[in-house]
Design a binder for this molecule. Structure first.
Ligand code: MIG
Length: 800
């Protein structure tokens, strides 16, 4: 049995037989004889919400995770009654609800196969200590079932056989299998018989998930309080499950400004101003592209948030401007702890307005963090969030800071057991007053949200940029994130790879790791290999604890600097490709990184792969995660793949050796793909883009590709000022056709496309654009099969 309390007063309790059923629009309520109510809400044809109470009445329905923009509505809904069960049918799902015990079974509406089935189903224990229930759910694992998701867990992709806990925790130098760490994302996907579904357990208390660990064929989840309240999402494609989960908990509210996808440099800490300048100038001198420079806690006066050290940064506004003139955006850290200091205005205001968290019996929640003894704003109070957002006025509007980094927002407290607030601390929880047991997992999320509101207000008409360490489901609407305090080890490079993939399949794509490792020191080889992985992460930043020496791209000698530069340049060339992937993520919830299982769930080899992943739609990457490697074996998913370094084509569905000395890495492009590229820039906006490069990879057959562009910042794209190129490629033995369908009102700054053909099986003898033959001189056809054509073409034929 699932044991999570020592207070076995009554043991597990179960719903008894259903005695009544009511339907109210999309919500069906079933009441049992012992007063359990199960509410089934049909959110969409493929999404059912299950909510239980054991007292006959529900508490107010409130969630920080679910966005008000979530899609709702279904095509078909029918409820029928049989002797032993109710049957709820939508166009995608059939749900059986057993009359004797409320147990659930879910089936695919089309082929009637079983997708997910309760074992004991919903059950609970009464919580003597806190009141309410410890709510539990158990389901039967299906034959060959695998499990994925759960946010930042530093374990292999497939979660089967393991148990996890969600309680956001400051986890300095965590390791493989450390649990829990910084994030609480109680969402997983199950996969069996080539069909995938997801479960989002929207409960902010400490939650637990067991995937066939305690009992081989049982998957269960439970929480220390609150409601059994979960969403069942049906695919059957895992990529659809993830998109639907992301739709439910929210896509980013705006696209990231393009510069945020550049390379970022960070350290604890760069100070004083002269050091910051030395670093930024070195980037320009060595021609290593970089867009952002970070100031960690030492920029403040005694670690007081919203202040500057007069000694180290006498004139921040001038400095930030000078950095901006050199192409650097300044990003500063802001922690939640506010120093207890009666001469400090943020503290005074917080006290006057009664905005700090308090203990159950009235005293303030006092805790030690960097500034010494602190109080902590209650970010679960909307009024506090509003106040907090206004505190950014000077930093952002006046000084010109372009992004804010929220750290320690688990919240972390030093020198206390549990490293966080005690359970009795009170929170507003948007007018649903509660203890820290319920608010803990969302505290950091609400801080990041308040910070986001501030940036949004004061950066306007530019887009906000926030980065957070702690997160709960839904935090992806407001901010980017990193994986916390990792270690400079080869094992951690592997962990970073899996964590980024896992976050992407948990609805949170704007993620990266501290490149090179935060704790301890990498050698040059490890740093270079980490950069190679890092350029394929949506958020790309080097960061280190700084107590062990330098961790800039040039800190490991010229050979390493050259490798690092080469890969950061690849990132900058791929910016339009990555931006298009972000647009798909922000628009449709499509994850930016796709683990192989998510890319192709039909191939059972993919169910246990960890290292290879697809970046965007078309690029397959696999980092080297061992020292002294000249290459590695990797698995290729089905399809044909071009090696980007050699244009050699490899057939998927097999494991192969790939050469990759230290200056290389296994990177492949799917055949038929059209990959857009910008010229190398030292920072976004350095150059006017006067030509878009399209790398076209021949395929015998059809393939579509997209390129999304806009002003790279600001909100005009929402009003239709974007440029979307939809390409359709059709390759035949002796010809290749590319059709272009354009939409959007944004006029790109370039007039021409430079098209580079890879793998053409014939020599070009004729070229037609929009059905007219053109002269080779006019398109500048050269020896490497590159042509230059007007960006407006609608159909391009190259013919043998
Ligand atoms: O107790 O601000 O994860 O990125 O450099 C350490 C100092 C506090 C932890 C963060 C790390 C940051 C560091 N912080």
């Amino acid at each position: 049995m699932i044991l999570n309390t020592e207070l076995e007063y009554k043991g597990n309790l179960f719903p008894s037989n259903i005695i009544s059923y009511k339907k109210n629009l999309d919500t069906l309520s079933f009441t049992s004889e012992n007063n359990v109510v199960l509410q089934v809400t049909v959110q969409r044809d493929s999404v059912l919400r299950f909510r239980y109470t054991t007292t006959g009445v529900f508490e107010k329905d409130f969630s920080y995770a679910i966005t008000k923009y979530a899609s709702r509505g279904y095509n078909f809904l029918e409820v029928t009654e049989e002797e032993d069960k109710y049957i709820v049918t939508t166009s995608k799902l059939i749900c059986h609800i057993s009359k004797i015990d409320m147990r659930i079974a879910l089936f695919d509406a089309k082929d009637k196969t079983l997708i997910c089935e309760d074992e004991l189903g919903f059950h609970w224990e009464e919580s003597y200590e806190f009141g309410g229930d410890i709510v539990k759910m158990s389901k039967t694992a299906q034959e060959g079932e695998s499990y994925y998701g759960l946010g930042d867990k530093p374990v292999d992709n497939n979660l089967k056989g393991k148990r996890f806990e969600n309680w956001v925790t400051d986890s300095y130098a965590y390791g493989k299998n450390t649990d829990p760490i910084y994030k609480a994302i109680p969402f997983y996907t199950g996969l069996h018989h080539k069909k995938s579904y997801g479960i989002f357990f929207d409960n902010t208390f400490r939650t637990f998930f067991d995937f066939c660990h305690e009992r081989r064929n049982i998957t269960s989840f439970w929480a220390q309080g609150g409601e059994m309240n979960y969403y069942f999402i049906y695919g059957p494609q895992m990529s659809d499950v993830v998109s639907i989960y992301t739709d439910l908990t929210g896509k980013p509210h705006e696209l990231p400004a393009l510069w945020t996808l550049g390379y970022h440099q960070c350290k604890w800490s760069y100070y004083p101003e002269s050091k910051v300048k030395e670093i930024t100038n070195e980037f320009r001198k060595l021609k290593i592209p970089c867009d952002a420079i970070y100031l960690d806690i030492d920029y403040m006066e005694g670690f007081r948030c919203f202040t500057w050290s007069k000694e180290y940064f006498p004139d921040p506004k001038r400095m930030v401007k000078e950095l901006a003139d050199n192409g650097f955006k300044t990003i500063v850290i802001i922690d939640p702890g506010i120093k207890i200091d009666k001469d400090y205005s943020v503290y005074q205001e917080g006290m006057d307005k009664d905005y700090f968290c308090k203990r159950a019996d009235g005293p303030y929640m006092k805790g030690k963090v960097w500034p010494g003894e602190c109080y902590f704003p209650d970010f679960t109070n909307p009024e506090v969030r509003e106040w907090w957002s206004d505190l950014f006025k000077e930093l952002v509007e006046d000084i010109g800071v372009k992004g804010v980094w929220n750290d320690m927002n688990e919240p972390a407290v030093m020198d206390v057991p549990g490293k966080t607030f005690p359970n009795d601390v009170r929170h507003d929880y948007d007018a649903n007053p509660c203890s820290h047991r319920k608010a803990h997992n969302v505290y950091g999320m609400q801080m990041a949200r308040a910070t986001y509101q501030g940036l949004k207000k004061f950066a306007y008409p530019k887009r906000p940029f926030v980065i957070t360490r702690a997160a709960y489901s839904g935090t992806q609407r407001y901010t980017s994130s990193w994986t916390g305090d990792n270690v400079a080890s080869w094992e951690h490079l592997t962990i970073a790879n899996i964590q980024a993939q896992r976050m992407c399949m948990s609805g949170f794509s704007f993620i990266g790791s501290d490149i090179g490792g935060f704790a301890e020191q990498p050698n040059g080889e490890l740093y270079a290999r980490w950069i190679q992985l890092g350029i394929f992460h949506p958020f790309c930043r080097t960061h280190s604890s700084g107590d062990h020496g330098d961790q800039e791209p040039w800190a490991f000698g010229k050979n390493i600097t050259d490798v690092v530069r080469k890969f950061i340049e690849i990132r900058y060339q791929l910016l339009p490709y990555l931006y298009t992937a972000f647009w798909r993520y922000a628009n449709e919830g499509v994850p930016i990184l796709k683990s192989l299982v998510l890319y192709d769930q039909e191939d059972p080899h993919n169910h246990y792969r960890n290292d290879e992943f697809v970046f965007g739609e078309k690029i397959l990457a696999c980092p080297i995660t061992e020292p002294n490697a000249k290459g590695r074996r990797m698995y290729f998913p089905f399809g044909n793949w071009y090696n980007i370094w050699t244009d050699e084509v490899l057939e998927g569905g097999q494991e192969l050796w790939v050469d990759a000395d230290l200056d290389s890495m296994p990177i492949f492009v799917k055949e038929g793909a059209i990959i857009p590229k910008y010229p190398i820039q030292q920072y976004v906006g350095e150059k006017t883009i006067d030509e878009l490069v399209l790398d076209v990879y021949y395929k015998a057959g059809e393939e579509t590709s997209q390129v999304f562009e806009d002003a790279q910042d600001g909100y005009d794209y929402i009003k239709g000022r974007y440029s979307l190129r939809n390409f359709k490629l059709l390759g035949k033995k002796k010809s290749l056709i590319i059709q272009q369908f354009k939409s959007g009102k944004y006029i790109t700054p370039y007039e021409t496309l430079k098209i580079k053909f890879h793998g053409l099986p014939f020599n070009i003898t004729k070229i037609q654009i929009d059905n007219e033959e053109v002269l080779f001189e006019d398109v500048k056809l050269n020896g490497d099969n590159t042509i230059i054509v007007s960006k407006e073409f609608t159909e391009l034929h190259v013919i043998s």
